[in-house]
Design a protein around this ligand. Structure first.
Ligand SMILES: CC(C)(COP(=O)(O)OP(=O)(O)OC[C@H]1O[C@@H](n2cnc3c(N)ncnc32)[C@H](O)[C@@H]1OP(=O)(O)O)[C@@H](O)C(=O)NCCC(=O)NCCS
Length: 284
């Protein structure tokens, strides 16, 4: 697995870059090429309580090695994989689950296949009670050829990434899913720029409903997100409990060219730390 620091545009996370570089250079002595069959991450990886660690994984580059990733999956995950109609979707699911296990196992210093997950009523995955002492929380999202994973300790969190598609008519979707305030904000942008702001709004709303774990059972009209580019405090309002908005920090995060992403984390006393796992060709 190769790690690199993608350009970080959020000013308030610039302070963490030096710390990340130090840890990365230590890890570079390992064979960390994700396309190398001997690749592994030697744990334990550090996950300080005041950090949210965000991993970007290029699923497209690794999905064809399905049998390698399948070996890591649990029987229920393998069964779920078998239900995909298209092999590309199955391969991406298998690779995404395997990498989730590999990264989590590195934090916990366990074998990836020994991890157990629990699922909420709304199907949000978490570590099973036998791993509860670690306090590690996570969430993941996939779109196009990539997956984004967010990890923290003792904090609810949600992440969402979307590949920006320019072939969609955003207005009807916005009028169905966005709050009145969000629709108003969107309409102020020139039509040519609306697609990017549409996806900003979408990923921010998804990150919040994934952080709470409610999914779409939380009415999307009950909260407003800001659409400003690079927003770091984007949960603008919650209803009926206005104080709910102060309990979370919702931020746009870097996901690479052609993608827009957001992470929503309970509490405000954390900083973001980013990692990426890509084939060597993508290294800058
Ligand atoms: C989970 C949900 C909220 C988002 O799904 P999505 O955007 O289609 O997919 P993502 O790739 O971002 O996330 C899927 C992952 O979230 C996790 N997840 C599943 N249910 C979840 C929940 N209730 N809360 C948080 N995370 C959840 C899973 O790990 C899942 O990955 P897996 O299936 O490989 O295990 C989904 O329940 C949903 O209903 N989406 C509807 C999309 C929509 O209409 N959004 C309107 C926004 S304006």
């Amino acid at each position: 697995m190769d790690f690199f620091l993608p350009p970080i545009s959020l000013p308030d996370i610039m302070a963490t870059r030096q710390a990340v570089r130090v840890r990365l250079s230590r890890r570079m002595s390992q064979d960390l090429n994700i396309c190398n069959s001997s690749f592994k991450i030697d744990g334990p990886l550090a996950l300080p309580e005041d950090e949210v660690q965000l991993w970007r994984v290029d699923l497209e580059a690794i999905r064809s090695e399905e049998s390698r990733w399948q070996k890591i999956l649990s029987p229920d995950e393998a069964k779920r994989a078998s239900r995909f109609h298209f092999s590309a979707d199955r391969q991406r699911f298998v690779a995404a689950r395997a990498l989730l296990r590999i990264i989590l196992a590195s934090y916990l210093n366990l074998d990836p296949s020994d991890l157990r997950f629990s699922y909420s009523k709304k199907e949000k995955p978490s570590l099973a009670p036998n791993h509860a002492a670690s306090g590690i929380t996570f969430n993941l999202s996939h779109s196009g050829g990539i997956a984004l994973y967010a990890f923290a300790r003792g904090r609810d969190l949600g992440v969402d990434v979307e590949q920006v598609r320019r072939d969609i008519d955003v207005e009807p979707i916005a009028s169905r899913f966005f709050s009145a305030h969000e629709q108003q904000q969107l309409s102020k942008f020139p039509p040519a720029e609306r697609v990017d702001f549409f996806f900003r709004c979408w990923t921010r709303k998804e990150a919040y409903i994934k952080a709470t774990g409610d999914g779409l059972s939380l009415p999307l009209s009950q909260f407003d997100v800001s659409l400003a580019a690079g927003g770091t405090n984007a949960l603008a309002a919650t209803r009926p409990d206005a104080s709910e908005a102060e309990r979370w920090l919702l931020s746009e995060v870097p996901a690479g060219p052609g993608y827009i992403a957001a992470v929503c984390v309970r509490g405000r006393d954390w900083k973001l730390n980013t990692w990426s796992a890509n084939p060597p060709a993508e290294l800058p």
